[in-house]
Design a protein around this ligand. Structure first.
Ligand SMILES: [Zn+2]
Length: 530
């Protein structure tokens, strides 16, 4: 019963569409719905653009329907079509309601495609090749695909767990074709064309097996060719990791949770580029309660979070920078503001102002140590007096990533050939107990795709800013502050790295890459020259 009613409703909608089309274009009623099909190659590429404009739609025949036919939109539409090699058809004036209906039906089709799974028949060989490459990368947990095109070859390398590995070698021609297909056909920059001789960047949404995968493309010219890097921003099956999953200790998680429960103040996540700061912010975002209004200022918006209003930043435009978007969010009755990155003095002041005016602020900063967050903020022009205000800084975090050993093929440290020369040095600092329980990278196995690594873990320093801490901040006494923290049981990077070595989670060589050499001469406070 219910089913037949739906069918009738659909049929009558179809008839209305056909009649509206007929009266708008002054032609006879078309014989079937198929002729009105807005879903074809051009429409596919142009659908998003049409949605942005809102007053225009392009049909299969390249016929243009617009509710304001004399506007610039129509001219722009014609030049876009021409740039895609399609000759624009007749332009007809029509009602806004018909445009809305057609735009909505185009969207419906896209949704159907998604649920049916990918139909690759409509794709060119190069597009299929590109999809295979990205699919493989997503399956293997790759973060970046490097395409290096030179005069006689193309080298494809993939970054996995922070390390680059050669994935394939292609002909120079195939590399060029894939790069230009990626840029020209798949990115949402409808207006620019791939030009290997200038640096370019774009974002690329791909639908692979029903999943929404988002990548960011960047290219630079190189001697004899060019490099293109595709960074995988979203893999379509994000489940937010908890801070414990990422590698924070339960004590550290307790501190961060406590700071998230406070009504105002700033939580700052620091670390070098590529240390997973955004992932940590996303895990914190999950802790925001539903009764709180959350604004997240991001560049770019990487993963859609329903609970938040995500505001995209355009760093090329003054009025759409982190600072101006942050100031705008402050006028929107927020409880929590996430500033994706504190890049300049302007943004730092927005952070301070938001905390002082009673909001919880989360943001990231590039520094190498948690205590260095203060030094960096002072350097950015925020006064130490403001920073030591009890309503500003709550929790300072600094993190890095260390490869985790594949436990299936890891070997005891003492049995590893290539570690032998360093064992005496390590033993002198860490003691025999740690060396006996430590493990080293094994030969690689099928479980770890022969990488001997199974993902990466966070090593972090987490500081709760207490009253004595604020006094050190005001004086700018980082050394005194660290001494005070250590006396009270705070764990710094090397304490955390040593704990991971002891537990057999990380190879000492990998830990050293993050915390520096572990030997007696670098761990003593006073360097001994003799
Ligand atoms: Zn393994």
């Amino acid at each position: 019963m219910a089913e037949s009613r739906t069918t009738t409703a659909e049929e009558s909608q179809e008839n209305t569409l056909l009649q509206q089309y007929a009266s708008a274009t002054n032609t006879k009623v078309l014989s079937s719905q198929q002729d009105l099909d807005p879903k074809d190659r051009v429409m596919d590429e142009m659908l998003n653009w049409c949605h942005e404009q809102g007053n225009i739609v392009i049909l299969k025949s390249a016929t243009i329907l617009s509710s304001s036919p004399s506007s610039r939109t129509v001219q722009n539409c014609k030049s876009l079509l021409l740039s895609k090699g399609v000759h624009p058809g007749q332009v007809y004036a029509t009602t806004q309601s018909l445009v809305n209906l057609l735009l909505a039906s185009g969207e419906e089709e896209e949704r159907n495609d998604k649920t049916r799974g990918e139909t690759t028949a409509a794709f060119s060989d190069q597009q299929k090749h590109l999809r295979d490459l990205v699919h493989e990368a997503v399956m293997q947990n790759v973060s970046d695909i490097h395409i290096q095109v030179r005069q006689t070859y193309t080298k494809i390398r993939m970054r996995q767990h922070g390390e680059l590995r050669v994935f394939a070698e292609w002909s120079e021609k195939l590399g060029r074709e894939i790069a230009s297909v990626a840029f020209n056909k798949e990115t949402d920059h409808a207006t620019s064309h791939f030009n290997p001789s200038v640096p370019q960047d774009a974002s690329m949404p791909l639908k692979i097996q029903g999943k929404d995968i988002r990548l960011r493309l960047a290219s630079v010219p190189a001697h004899g060719g060019f490099d293109m890097v595709m960074r995988i921003l979203a893999t379509g099956e994000e489940h937010a990791n908890t801070l414990e999953d990422l590698g924070y200790t339960s004590k550290q998680v307790d501190l961060i949770k406590l700071a998230m429960k406070l009504p105002f103040g700033a939580i700052i996540v620091a670390g070098p580029t590529g240390s997973g700061k955004t992932t940590t912010l996303a895990a914190c975002m999950e802790m925001v309660e539903a009764v709180q209004k959350l604004y997240s200022i991001e560049d770019p918006v990487e993963k859609v979070v329903e609970a938040a209003t995500q505001v995209p930043v355009n760093t090329d435009k003054e009025d759409r920078s982190f600072a101006s978007m942050g100031r705008a969010a402050l006028r929107m009755d927020p409880d929590v503001i996430i500033l994706g990155e504190m890049r300049d003095e302007d943004t730092a002041h927005v952070m301070v102002r938001a905390s002082i005016t009673g909001h919880l602020v989360l943001t990231t900063l590039h520094t190498n140590r948690a205590t260095a967050i203060i030094t960096r903020l002072v350097d950015m022009g925020v006064s130490p007096v403001l920073l030591s205000d009890s309503s500003v800084l709550r929790c300072l975090i600094c993190q890095r990533l260390i490869p985790k050993l594949c436990q299936n093929c890891a070997v005891p440290l003492k049995k590893s050939e290539k570690h032998q020369a360093n064992i005496p040095d390590w033993e002198a600092v860490l003691g025999p107990e740690i060396i006996n329980s430590a493990k080293a990278r094994g030969p690689g196995c099928s479980k770890c795709h022969s990488t001997s690594v199974s993902g990466r873990t966070v090593v972090a320093e987490v500081i709760w800013v207490d009253e004595p801490g604020r006094a050190f901040i005001q004086k700018g006494d980082t050394l005194g502050w660290e001494k005070y923290l250590k006396e009270n049981g705070w764990q710094d990077f090397s304490d955390r790295a040593i704990a991971l070595i002891k537990e057999g989670i990380c190879d000492p060589f990998d830990a050293e890459k993050v915390v520096g050499p572990i030997n007696a001469s670098t761990t003593v406070k006073t360097f001994i020259y003799r």
